[in-house]
Design a protein around this ligand. Structure first.
Ligand SMILES: *[C@@H]1O[C@H](CO)[C@@H](O)[C@H](O)[C@H]1NC(C)=O
Ligand SMILES: *[C@@H]1O[C@H](CO)[C@@H](O)[C@H](O)[C@H]1NC(C)=O
Ligand SMILES: *[C@@H]1O[C@H](CO)[C@@H](O)[C@H](O)[C@H]1NC(C)=O
Ligand SMILES: *[C@@H]1O[C@H](CO)[C@@H](O)[C@H](O)[C@H]1NC(C)=O
Ligand SMILES: *[C@@H]1O[C@H](CO)[C@@H](O)[C@H](O)[C@H]1NC(C)=O
Length: 889
């Protein structure tokens, strides 16, 4: 434009030179609005002139239109200035500068309000012909400096990624049409960069380095009210460090050459030096466990919290990862999408299932449900902080950049089965003092801790032999156990006793176990201990033994003394007369033996020297038996019964003379190891003897045997009469009966004595079978005499005869049939004569035989006589049968 003007001027000058030039002096059309104290320059051009190329200029002014003109300065006259201005000219405050031959500029370094007025630029004529205008006028308006720039002070430190607002109040008092612009600048040590300028025409221009950011929206202008302009820089980065400035400028628009913006005053203020704190510096990652000591049991839920702190937390996009050891478990991505790495775990089932959620600002909760022992270890939380740089990346998403990455310190998590804990006390509740007494041991579980819900207790009982028992080393045996489900598992050596109930293992309360031996044997002496196990439900639902504790041992032993039995017999009812009832009681006292059963033998003997008979027996199982010696007719009269725990009664009704003698109990104690087993003999004892002794106060009897002829011929009849006589209080014949038996001792063929015949007290006759061909009959002659007839005597009938009688009478005192003592007669010798006269019938033998027969006869007679004299007549044949001996063994 300048060049064009110049060419035009030259063209015009040449044209003028030639013919008709008319001078043009030009200043800016004005009015010029300037600010007091600011420099002012007013240009003045001259065209279309003739004469020298270099023109002179003179400047004048007047404060108002009516006032006189004051000369200000001239390009050729140093003394041109009016005295009121000469000082300012001399100081250079007012000066004129030549720009070109035809262009000058009036300069006022600091314009004063007084300087306001009309200004003239005048050129002295160098033209040959005065033509055109030689001066031009412009108005200068001087306004006070009302521009105010007051920025808001910036914070000294700003976290990376956050926004900073550059707020600046730029105002001026509007008296003339002036315009404002505001510029923000960033000054670093080396450079000063324009960020953005707003105004003066309402447009925005950006500095080269910030153009992109502005285009992306990372920098935005907030038009202010009351002169406040705000520039917001989003997501600051460390490169945004520096000193921020606010520049307010006041402009005027001049209508020269189609308009021109003139800066009339400006003011720049520092807003403050900002330091952008990098995210890494403020980012903190902490892990906290929900429990003070993360000690977990399998199946529990592990909960860990990752707390992320940062001064610019809201500006950050976080990627949170939980690591167990080096292993990524789970990640929450920037976008909030959670990616779990547990599902890809090869050892599935052993690890818990992880989940991650955001529970608050910067709070990320990790939950691992159903932890396994594999889940134990160090847990760390890793955080990657991203900042959106704004704008769009090529991929379409935000342009993220990772500002920082940080890991928390590790939290150690322990997953282990917390074993239940308890105290065991084993104590005897029943302690045997002797064999066959019960033993009871109670195994008490107390102070149970950590037994999980649904946990159970089981018990195992063990027996150990006493030290030194049997000389060998101590041996232990498993008695039996109750498992978590309460099943009884017997030990092999104890299974029979456990099955029979002789030994029992029970749980009496949830926490008490008992061992009970019904009848403790000597082999049971030893040390007992219980081992209590805790059972927990496994993940599969079945019970698994988790721990066990063994009690101290309890010794079961007692002084082994031989069991002793003492039996005392006592007369309860005395039989002082025949037919009365005798009763005795036997009281048993047992020592050194627990529970026992008894067998009883009632025994008797006539005198202390005579044989012992067993009357009746009672087995420990209460089976009653009669002894073989007992008359079956009399069994109803005999009673033996248990009358107390340790007492037995024996009763004998209708006592007879034959019952006299000594009576006692022979008692044996028996034990059973267990019910159902056979009895084992422990010990036995005999009681003292109780005597049945009464005097016959009834009649007294005597017996005699008689034969009219004791020497008979063969085939004749021999008679022997057994006569009884009664004396004393003789009963009536109806109240009297005898039982009579005849006995025979043969002359030849041994000394055996055999019963020949008998008649009982009811008159029933019984003849015994004999070898002889003779016949026998018994004849009751009267009440008191019984005749034995031997018909057809033979040689074999020769021998000794006697009779035995038992009288029975009706006792006047008791009214019962009473047996009197047995009576035995003397003996009678019967001789069946040799048949001499038969031999005489044989003529040949007659003479010789006669002398031999007589001789032989006298020899036999002599022998018989000798035998009769030497025989022990006191000899009584034994009639007693041996009683069956009932020994129980
Ligand atoms: C801006 O400054 C001017 C002059 O100092 C004042 O009148 C105005 O209230 C200020 N604006 C604000 C928002 O402070
Ligand atoms: C203030 O802004 C104006 C207009 O943009 C510019 O000409 C001037 O140089 C700036 N002043 C400073 C000190 O940067
Ligand atoms: C899962 O964990 C394994 C082992 O630590 C690791 O190599 C892998 O990168 C992880 N995967 C994910 C998606 O984190
Ligand atoms: C079990 O309990 C006892 C007593 O309460 C205690 O001294 C002991 O340390 C506990 N043992 C365990 C493994 O907890
Ligand atoms: C009969 O005689 C035989 C042989 O001499 C003898 O064994 C038997 O005991 C006798 N019988 C009687 C009843 O005497």
């Amino acid at each position: 434009m300048k060049m064009d003007n110049f060419h035009l001027t030259v063209v015009f000058g040449i044209l003028m030179w030639g013919c008709c030039s008319a001078r043009v002096v030009k200043v800016s059309p004005g009015p010029l609005i300037r600010v007091e104290g600011q420099p002012v320059s007013i240009r003045c051009d001259v065209y279309e002139y003739s004469g020298p190329r270099e023109q002179d200029f003179e400047w004048m002014m007047s404060r108002d239109t009516s006032a006189v003109r004051l000369k200000i300065i001239s390009t050729f006259d140093n003394s041109y200035s009016h005295p009121s201005l000469s000082k300012r000219v001399a100081s250079g405050d007012i000066s004129v500068a030549r720009l070109e031959d035809n262009k000058v500029e009036l300069k006022i370094a600091e314009v004063k309000s007084l300087d306001a007025g009309l200004y003239w630029c005048q050129t002295p004529s160098t033209d040959s012909v005065i033509s055109g205008n030689y001066e031009a006028q412009v108005q200068l308006i001087v306004i006070p400096n009302t521009l105010s720039v007051s920025p808001q002070t910036l914070p000294q430190e700003v976290p990376e990624g956050s926004d900073i607002t550059l707020s600046c109040n730029v105002t001026r008092v509007l008296t003339h049409p002036t315009y404002l612009s505001v510029t923000w600048l960033l000054k670093t040590a080396t450079t000063s960069e324009e960020i953005l300028t707003f105004g003066p025409q309402g447009g925005v221009t950006t500095g080269a380095k910030f153009a992109r950011r502005y285009a992306d929206g990372g920098i935005r202008l907030v038009p202010g009210k009351n002169g406040v302009f705000e520039l917001v820089i989003s997501r600051v980065m460390t490169s945004n460090d520096g000193t921020y400035e606010c520049n307010g400028t006041e402009w005027t628009h001049e209508n020269e050459n189609g308009g021109k913006w003139i800066k009339i005053v400006e003011s720049t203020k520092e807003m403050g030096t900002v330091k952008v704190i990098p995210t890494g510096q403020s980012l903190s990652v902490k892990t906290t466990s929900s429990s003070p000591s993360p000690l977990l049991s399998p199946g529990d839920t592990l909960t860990l919290l990752c707390s992320v702190g940062a001064s610019n937390l809201q500006a950050l996009a976080l990627e949170v990862t939980w690591l167990a050891g080096d292993r990524d478990i789970i990640t929450m991505e920037r976008s909030g999408v959670v990616i779990s790495n547990t599902s890809s775990s090869t050892v599935q089932g052993k690890r818990g299932e992880a989940s991650l959620e955001r529970t608050g600002a910067g709070e990320y909760r990790l939950s691992v449900r159903g932890v396994g022992e594999e889940d134990g270890g160090e847990y760390t939380c890793r955080v990657r902080a991203f900042i959106d740089k704004g704008g769009k990346s090529a991929g379409g998403g935000g342009r993220w950049h990772m500002a920082a990455e940080k890991k928390s310190s590790a939290v150690t998590v322990k997953v282990s089965q917390i074993k239940p804990n308890f105290t065991l006390t084993l104590e005897p509740t029943l302690n045997p003092l002797m064999t066959a007494e019960p033993t009871e041991l109670a195994c008490l579980v107390s102070n149970i801790a950590h037994l999980p819900l649904g946990g159970r207790l089981g018990v195992t009982w063990e027996y150990t032999t006493l030290p030194g028992a049997g000389g060998g080393p101590q041996t232990s045996h498993h008695i039996g156990s109750l498992d978590g489900n309460g099943n009884l598992l017997p030990g092999s050596t104890y299974s029979d006793r456990l099955k029979s109930g002789a030994l029992s293992l029970t749980r009496v309360q949830p926490n008490t176990f008992k061992l009970r031996i019904l009848r403790t044997q000597e082999i049971d002496m030893g040390q007992y201990s219980c081992t209590v196990s805790a059972w927990s439900a496994s993940s599969h639902g079945d019970l698994v033994k988790t721990t066990e504790y063994k009690s101290s041992a309890v010794t079961v032993r007692w002084d082994t003394k031989r069991p002793t039995l003492n039996v005392m017999a006592k007369r309860i009812r005395e039989a002082s007369v025949g037919g009365a009832t005798f009763e005795m009681s036997c009281i048993v006292s047992l020592e050194n033996l627990g529970e026992a059963g008894y067998s009883v033998l009632i025994q008797s003997q006539e005198s202390l020297e005579s044989n012992v008979r067993t009357i009746m027996t009672l087995s420990p199982d209460n089976v009653l038996q009669h002894g073989g010696a007992t008359d079956p007719n009399r069994r109803d009269s005999l009673v033996l019964a248990k009358s107390g725990p340790a007492e037995f009664r024996f009763r004998l009704a209708g006592v007879q003379l034959s019952d006299r003698g000594f009576y006692w109990c022979d008692i044996t104690a028996w034990t059973k190891q267990q019910p159902g087993q056979t009895w084992t003999r422990a010990t036995s004892a005999e009681s003292n003897k109780v005597r049945i002794d009464f005097q016959e106060n009834g009649p007294s009897f005597s017996i005699a045997i008689h034969s009219d002829d004791t020497s008979v011929y063969p085939s004749t009849t021999a008679k022997m009469e057994c006569s009884l006589s009664v004396s004393g209080s003789s009963p009536k014949t109806d109240d009297l009966a005898y039982e009579v038996r005849w006995f025979f001792t043969r002359l030849r063929g041994g000394q055996t004595t055999n019963q020949v015949a008998s008649v009982d007290r009811f008159g029933v006759v019984k003849a015994e079978a004999r070898n002889s061909s003779s016949e026998i009959s018994v004849e009751r002659r009267d009440t008191h005499s019984y005749l034995l007839n031997i018909f057809g005597t033979q040689d074999s009938d020769s021998g000794e005869y006697f009779c035995v009688a038992t009288p029975w009478y009706l006792s006047a005192s008791t009214g019962a049939w009473t047996q009197a003592g047995e009576l035995t007669s003397s003996r009678v010798f019967l001789t069946v004569q040799f048949a001499v006269w038969d031999s005489l019938q044989l003529p040949l033998l007659y003479g010789a035989s006669a002398s031999l027969g007589v001789g032989l006869f006298s020899l036999v007679l002599g022998l018989i006589c000798a035998q009769c004299c030497c025989r022990n007549t006191a000899h009584t044949p034994r009639s007693r049968n041996k009683l069956m001996d009932l020994e129980m063994d």
